[in-house]
Write a protein that binds this ligand. Structure first.
Ligand code: FAD
Length: 512
C-alpha cells in the first residue's frame, strides 16, 4: 500500500508538531522550511560563541507536549530537559517598587500582602479562583477544539453553558475587569500585561484572557538549550520517525488542481506531490496570495488595523548590574494607557515602553554575577513593518527610551555594538512575510476576535492551517495544539476518503 503523503509548509512549532504526529502515524511527511533551522519564531541568534533565544522565552502548558509524546509511546522528558521556575517574573516600577510573582499561589498571596496590603492579597485569591474557572471552562470545548465555535462552547455545557457564558467574561475588557479585582494600579498593570501574550492591548482584549494568569500558575519552565532546543528536539524526533525536512527551501505555491490541494511548488520550480498540505506560514500570507491565488480561499485577510503586536528586540551579550535580575523581568512604563494608545492608535513606537528582559543564564533564585550574560530585551511595537521602514535613528531613539526605563529601575546594561543584534517590525515582516511584523496573527480585541481565527480545516479540500495565527491562538503551546489539531483533522479526512467508494484521490493527478 502506498503511504499517504503530506507536505507541511513551515517548521514553526505547529508545523513540527504536525510532522511529528503524522510521521508517527506512518504518513510520508515532507516538511519544507525557508529558513536554515527549525523553530520559526523560536529562533536563536548567535553572538560570539553564545546562542540567544530571540523569540519566545516563557514556556508554559507542558502538558501539551507530554500528551503529544505520550500519544506515540514516547516520553517528552527523554527528549527535552525542563526546569520549573519558582519565580514567574520579577516586576519593577522604579528604583524601589519591586514585586515577585511566584508559581506557588500561597507564596504570591504573601508577596502581594507585603507589597500592596492584606485586602489586595485577598482579592488576588478571588482572581486566582476566577481565572482557574475561566481556564477550566475553556480548555476542553475551546482550546482543544479544531476550530473556534460558540456553539461548541455553549453546547458542551448545554443550557447551563449559555447561562455560564458570562463567567468567562467575554464582554468586559481585561482592564475594566482587573480594576475590579485590584485596587493597586501596579497590579492591574502587571496582570493586564498578559493580554500582550496574545499580541493585544489590555484595554481592548476581553477579560477572558486573564486565564493566562492561571496558565502561568500551572508552571513556567526553562528549557536546557533554550526554547530553540524544543524546536530542534521535535525536528529530530520527527526525522527519527521518518519525516523528511528540507531547509532553505521556499514554497511559492500550493498546487490545487480541481479544487483539492495536491502538493506544492518550490521557488526553485520543483514540485512536490502530496495528498494533503498543512500550511504553517501565517494566515496573512495565505490570504495575501503568497501561496497562489487558489490558496487564498483558505483564509480570510487580516486588515492592518486588526493585526496583533509586533516587537522591537535587542539580543545582547552584556554586563548587567544595579538590579537583581531573575530569569523573567518586567520594567513598567508609567502610563500604560498611553503606551497602548501609541502602538495601536498612533501606530508608533511607545514614547515610554514597558520593557521585558529575559536573563537567559539565570535559572533559580540564587545570586548570580557573571561578567557578561545573555539577554533578550523586548518592547512592544506596532505591526507596520511592511509600510514603515525602521531606520537607525528611530531605533536609537527607542533604545534611549528603553534603556532609560531600565535605568530608572536601577538596571544598567553595558551594550557593545558588536555584541548586540536588533530586530525591528521591518525585520519581523521580512522573516514572516505579509504580516507587517505582527507576531501573534489577528489581535484579540473584542469578544468576537477569537472566533475569527481560522480553524484547521479550510474551504480548500486537503489544505489545512496550523500556527499561532490560527485557532486556538498564539504562544508556543497554543500553536502546538493547532498543529496537533491539523494532523488529527487530516487523519480523520483521509480515513473518510479511504472509506468512500468514489474518492477524489483515486485515479492519480497531474501536477500541471
Ligand atoms: C519575540 C517573541 C517573543 C515571544 N514570546 C513568547 C513566549 O514567551 N511564550 C510563548 O509561548 N510564545 C511567545 N511568542 C509567540 C510564539 O513564538 C509563537 O506564537 C509561535 O512560536 C508561533 O509558531 P507557529 O507554529 O505559528 O510558527 P512560526 O514560528 O510563525 O513559523 C512559521 C514558519 O513558516 C516558515 N515559512 C513561512 N513562509 C514559508 C514559505 N513560503 N516556505 C517555507 N517556509 C515558510 C517560516 O520561515 C517559519 O519558520 C513570542 C514570539 C516572538 C516573536
Amino acid at each position: 500500500m502506498p503511504r499517504d503523503r503530506v507536505v507541511i509548509v513551515g517548521a514553526g512549532i505547529a508545523g513540527l508538531v504536525s510532522a511529528f504526529s503524522l510521521a508517527a502515524r506512518g504518513l510520508e511527511v515532507t516538511l519544507v522550511e525557508r529558513g536554515a533551522a527549525p523553530g520559526g519564531k523560536m529562533r536563536q541568534i548567535g553572538i560570539g560563541g553564545s546562542r540567544i533565544d530571540s523569540g519566545p522565552t516563557v514556556f508554559t502548558m507542558r502538558w501539551v507536549f507530554d500528551e503529544l509524546f505520550a500519544a506515540v509511546g514516547k516520553n517528552f522528558s527523554d527528549h527535552v530537559r525542563l526546569r520549573p521556575l519558582d519565580t514567574l517574573a520579577r516586576h519593577a516600577w522604579g528604583g524601589t517598587d519591586r514585586f515577585d510573582l511566584f508559581a506557588d499561589e500561597t507564596r504570591s498571596v504573601e508577596s502581594i500582602g507585603d507589597f500592596a496590603g492584606a485586602a489586595e492579597a485577598a482579592r488576588y485569591r478571588n482572581f486566582c479562583s476566577d481565572t482557574r474557572r475561566i481556564y477550566d471552562m475553556l480548555e476542553q470545548p475551546f482550546l482543544r477544539a479544531s476550530r473556534p465555535s460558540m456553539s461548541g462552547l455553549i453546547g458542551a455545557n448545554g443550557f447551563r453553558g449559555l447561562t455560564r457564558l458570562p463567567q468567562i467574561k467575554p464582554f468586559s475588557s481585561m482592564w475594566s475587569a482587573l480594576s475590579q479585582y485590584f485596587h493597586d494600579p501596579r497590579l492591574r498593570q502587571l496582570f493586564g500585561r498578559y493580554a500582550t501574550y496574545c499580541g493585544s492591548s489590555p484595554f481592548k482584549a476581553p477579560a477572558t484572557l486573564m486565564l493566562v494568569a492561571h496558565v502561568e500558575r500551572q508552571g513556567v519552565w526553562s528549557i536546557d538549550g533554550g526554547m530553540h532546543g524544543l524546536a530542534r528536539a521535535l525536528a529530530g524526533s520527527a526525522e527519527a520517525l521518518g519525516a523528511s525536512i528540507r531547509y532553505n527551501e521556499e514554497v511559492a505555491e500550493v498546487l490545487i488542481p480541481g479544487g483539492r490541494a495536491r502538493g506544492i511548488r518550490l521557488a526553485s520550480g520543483e514540485c512536490i506531490e502530496a495528498d494533503s498540505v498543512i500550511m504553517n506560514a501565517d494566515v496573512a500570507a495565505v490570504a495575501g496570495g503568497l501561496f497562489g491565488s487558489k490558496a487564498r480561499r483558505a483564509a480570510a485577510a487580516i486588515p492592518p488595523h486588526a493585526r496583533s503586536l509586533s516587537a522591537l528586540t535587542w539580543s545582547v551579550v552584556a554586563k548587567a548590574d544595579g538590579f537583581p535580575l531573575r530569569r523573567h523581568n518586567v520594567f513598567f512604563s508609567r502610563d500604560y494607557a498611553a503606551e497602548f494608545d501609541d502602538i495601536f492608535n498612533r501606530n508608533s513606537l511607545p514614547r515610554e515602553p514597558t520593557v521585558y528582559v529575559c536573563a537567559q543564564d539565570r535559572d533559580g533564585d540564587a545570586g548570580f554575577k557573571p561578567a557578561e550574560e545573555k539577554l533578550m530585551i523586548l518592547v512592544n511595537a506596532p505591526a507596520n513593518g511592511d509600510r514603515h521602514s525602521y531606520g537607525a535613528a528611530e531605533v536609537e531613539q527607542c533604545a534611549r527610551r528603553t534603556f532609560g526605563v531600565l535605568e530608572r529601575c536601577g538596571l544598567r546594561i553595558q551594550r557593545r555594538p558588536e555584541a548586540t543584534e536588533v530586530t525591528t517590525p521591518t525585520d519581523f515582516n521580512r522573516l514572516f512575510p505579509a504580516t507587517g511584523g505582527a507576531l501573534y496573527g489577528r489581535s484579540s480585541h473584542g469578544w468576537t476576535a477569537s472566533f475569527q481565527r481560522p480553524g484547521a480545516r479550510t474551504r480548500v479540500q486537503g489544505l489545512y492551517l496550523a500556527g499561532g495565527s490560527t485557532h486556538p491562538g498564539p504562544g508556543v503551546p497554543m500553536a502546538a495544539l493547532s498543529g496537533r489539531s491539523a494532523a488529527a483533522c487530516l487523519m480523520e479526512d483521509l480515513g473518510s476518503i479511504s472509506q468512500s467508494p468514489k474518492t477524489a484521490m483515486s485515479g492519480g493527478m497531474s501536477m500541471r
